[in-house]
Structures are given as C-alpha cells and as structure tokens.
Write a protein that binds this ligand. Structure first.
Ligand code: AMP
Length: 479
C-alpha cells in the first residue's frame, strides 16, 4: 500500500496531513497525486467521500509552495458548482497549507465584491470560485486569468446538471493553454467526455470505485406509500416521515432529509419545526448567510435535522450523520447514491430510509438497477398506527395555521432542551389535535372543502364544483 511519504509531497504538507490524522492515501489520492506532481493533466472519476479534495489540494500546495502570487493574477483556480462546496475546498486548503505560506480567496455569491476585490488586488495563490461569480469578477475587469498555472474543475457532472458548462468552457478559454488541468467528475456523461477531450491534454485517468458499491455500512430501506386520498398525499407523507424519524428513536442523532424540490424543502422543514423537531432548510434560494448558519449549526451538532435539496447538500462533508431520509425518490438514480453517501461515512454505520409513492416506482427501479440490489421494503407505519394517529388529519383554516407559531411539544423529539425557543412555548393543544396545523396548499384545501371546516362541505357537485362557490363570502365580495 502506498504511503503519503512516498508521494513526493512537500514535507510541510506531509506534516499537515499527519496532523489531520490521515495515515494512508485513499485510492484517488494514490492515483492522482503522482501524475499531478509531474505536471500532467488528471481526469479523476471519483465521487465525494473518496478523498478527492485532498487529491488535488495536496499536490497544488506542493507545487504552489514555490513561487509568488502577482497582483490580480491568481496562480491557480478551483471551480466548484456550489458555494458550500467551494467553502469546503477552501477549508481543505487551510488545513493542508497551514505550514506553507499561501494566500487564497473565495469567490462565491452572497459575499461582498469589495472584500474579494481587495484580496485579488493583493495577489492570491489560490482562487476558489463558483463559475458565475468568477465571471462576474472577470467582467468587472478586476481579475486576470492569464497567470493561472493550475486549474481544477470539481464535480463537473454537477456543473453539467446546473447548466454551468458554457461558463466552464469560457473560463477554460480565458486561461493559458499551457495550464495544468485537474478535472473531477463522478460520472462521465457524453458532454463531460466532450469537455475533457477538448480541454485536457493526455490526462492521467484515475477511476475509483463508485460509492454505490462501497457503502456497505449503510442500512437501507424504502416504504412504499399510497395515500388514502390524492389531496392528502403531501400531508400524509410528512406524517409518515415523522413516524419514521420517531421509530429510530435515539439512534437518530442527526439526519439529512432530502426533497426533490426546493419548495418541498421549505414545506417539510416548516412542518417538522411546527411539530417540535429541530429542523431547518437549506437550498439554493436561501441567502448565503442563512445557508452558512444552518450548515454550521448542523455540523456543530446544534441542529438535528437538515432538510435539503440535492444541490445544496452535494459534496457536503459532515462526518457523523446517523440517518438520511429521502422524503422523495430522487429522479436521477445517481443522486440516490450521493444522498445516502452523506451517512455511513468514514466506516461509521448509517441508515438511509426512503418514501416512495406509486408514481416514483419507476425511479426506484432505476436506483435498484444502479446499486445492483433490492432496497428492503419496510412496513408502512401509517398502516399499523393506532386509529387516532393514522386517521386523516383534521382540517383547519389555512390562513390561521400558516400564521400560527409553533406550539407543539408533545412529540418525542420536542422535549429536548436543545429545541428552538419557539417549540418551548406552552402547549395548548393535544397531540391528536396537532395535525390540524399541518400546512396544505391553500388551493388544494379550498377545492375540496370550500376553505371551510370539513363539517361544512358543499355537496352534490361532484368534482366539478365551480371555483367561486369555494370562496368565502368576503372573498366573493372582494373579487
Ligand atoms: P472528500 O471526498 O474530499 O469530500 O473527502 C471525504 C472525507 O475523507 C473528508 O472528511 C476527508 O477529511 C477525509 N479524508 C480525505 N483523505 C483521507 C485519508 N487519506 N484518510 C482518511 N480520511 C481522509
């Protein structure tokens, strides 16, 4: 087995690696570091969790330790698809370059241009950026890319998903063609293949085992769930999620809950909070300071449930995540592997549970083909719940429930002293009445019940009730 000391890394880098507690290089590190140090282009086909970040940061620091930065001309460039990933790469540089004098700047949205400009003006060895923000700086005339000797593209397949490939091509064309390129992608889609053929020169290709085959420490399960009524699917699914969380008890120390859509990230986070679970959302539409705060809280163990979209959670390295809940079946099978890879890291045990509604069964098939095994089917706890818990949620006036602050304390998670203040409010409702607070899309409710309580139904019109009948008297008068 290769040792770090055999890789020709700068002794100061080796020292930092030792201090980080790493004993042996991971396969992507053992494969990528030697050609990178020889100045060759590298094509790394590796996912997050394989140690790929160090596979480019360690040789970069070794190479950059010689020479000095010039004003406005960064010597190296690392492109990442998301701000979080960029921040994580920056942290890696801090860790491994702590005994070497290197300057770096992080160019990501949500951070003021002024501060970033000042750093660039002074000259930086490493510029870590998301593509859009980098081009913004370039277009403002504050940045020259002609001094870039090493360029890294991290998570290229995610860049493709996010529509960044034209930006990447443009950035490639702004850097000198003599640059060294280190290019990483979890998969090789045809478009990625085309980019690598165009911009990499005779790269050393290192492919490491997919996480799908490596994640033996993750226990998986899926609940096939069919709602009692289509218009109740969303709220029943949220109830099912709560039951799955509760069933894990104290084993669930923290969890990432994935939703396919940003809007559901918000709804699920809000709903969990309302039921007394310590949850917060993270997705691309939230402002940067909020995203950073949420993530820091989750990393520090102060936040228990992170409700996330794929993009926001991609590549995040939180070493001890006990559970992943897939509130939705991801529509790309690859995403399932990324999602569940957030747990069971570094040889720890992890558990990944998923809810699958009938229309997602095809996606479930695709996932099972990809991971080459059947994901065990779990009983739907909603079916075996006592009548009171499994009964349809009583309805409430939507306007009232959306404005009402969280009051619920009676669920199992809510008694902990770490809960947010709003869950500490005096409990005024019984557990059985709580589901009335579950949010539902307003229209959905109105269509069915005329925006009134369920006792006050308009009957005899079948499904074709004219919309105006559903309006309240005041709304009709106003409209
Ligand atoms: P990455 O794939 O870069 O996101 O890294 C995944 C995790 O592996 C991070 O927590 C790293 O700190 C850790 N790691 C990186 N290299 C090694 C190594 N050689 N030995 C043990 N852990 C490592």
């Amino acid at each position: 087995m290769t040792k770090f000391s055999e890789l020709n890394l700068n002794p100061k880098v080796l020292k930092a690696v030792e201090e980080a507690g790493y004993e042996t290089p991971t396969p992507i590190q053992a494969g990528a570091i030697p050609p990178a140090l020889e100045g060759r282009d590298v094509l790394g086909i590796a996912q997050t969790g394989t140690g790929k970040t160090a596979s480019f940061t360690l040789p970069m620091i070794t190479m950059l330790a010689r020479g000095r930065a010039r004003a406005r001309m960064p010597r190296s460039l690392v492109l990442c698809p998301t701000r979080e990933l960029a921040a994580q790469v920056a942290e890696n540089f801090d860790t491994y370059a702590k005994h070497v004098k290197l300057t770096k700047a992080l160019l990501i949205g949500g951070v003021s241009f002024k501060e970033q400009d000042q750093l660039i003006d002074k000259g930086v060895d490493v510029l870590i950026a998301t593509p859009g923000r980098l081009l913004d700086h370039f277009e403002r005339g504050k940045l020259l890319l002609t001094g870039v000797q090493i360029m890294v593209v991290d998570e290229a397949d995610r860049m493709l998903d996010m529509g960044f490939i034209p930006d990447i091509e443009r950035i490639f064309s702004l850097t000198p063609f003599t640059r060294q390129t280190l290019f990483f992608s979890a998969t090789m889609a045809p478009e990625i293949e085309r980019i690598t053929n165009t911009f990499l020169s005779n790269p050393a290709r290192i492919e490491v085992a997919r996480q799908a085959t490596a994640s033996e420490t993750i226990e998986q399960g899926v609940v096939l769930f069919k709602s009692s009524r289509r218009d109740r699917e969303a709220s029943e699914k949220r109830k099912l999620l709560r039951m799955l969380i509760d069933a894990e008890g104290d084993k669930c120390t923290n969890a990432i809950i994935f939703c396919n859509r940003k809007v559901d990230v918000d709804i699920v986070a809000k709903s969990l909070k309302k039921y007394g679970y310590d949850a917060a959302p993270i997705h691309g539409d939230l402002d940067q300071s909020q995203r950073t705060r949420t993530l820091d809280g989750f990393r520090a163990g102060e936040l228990r449930f992170l409700v996330a979209s794929d993009v926001a959670a991609r590549g995040l390295d939180v070493p001890a995540v006990s559970h992943v809940f897939n509130f939705d079946v991801p529509s790309h099978a690859e995403d399932y592997v990324h999602r569940i890879g957030r747990t069971g890291r570094a040889g720890r045990e992890g558990k990944a549970l998923m809810i699958c509604v009938p229309r997602d069964e095809r996606n479930l098939d695709d996932i099972e083909k990809l991971v080459q095994k059947e994901i065990p089917r779990l009983d739907n706890p909603l079916n075996s719940a006592p009548a009171s818990a499994a009964a349809p949620e009583p309805k409430a006036e939507p306007a009232a429930e959306e404005k009402r602050p969280s009051r619920s304390r009676s669920r199992s998670r809510s008694e902990k002293p770490t809960e947010k203040p709003e869950t500490e409010k005096p409990q005024t409702e019984t557990a059985a009445a709580e589901p009335a607070r579950e949010e539902k899309p307003r229209r959905e409710r109105r269509d069915r019940s005329g925006g009134r309580g369920s006792d006050n139904k308009v009957v005899g019109l079948g499904d074709h009730m004219p919309e105006f009948i559903a309006l309240s008297f005041d709304e009709r008068r106003a409209g």
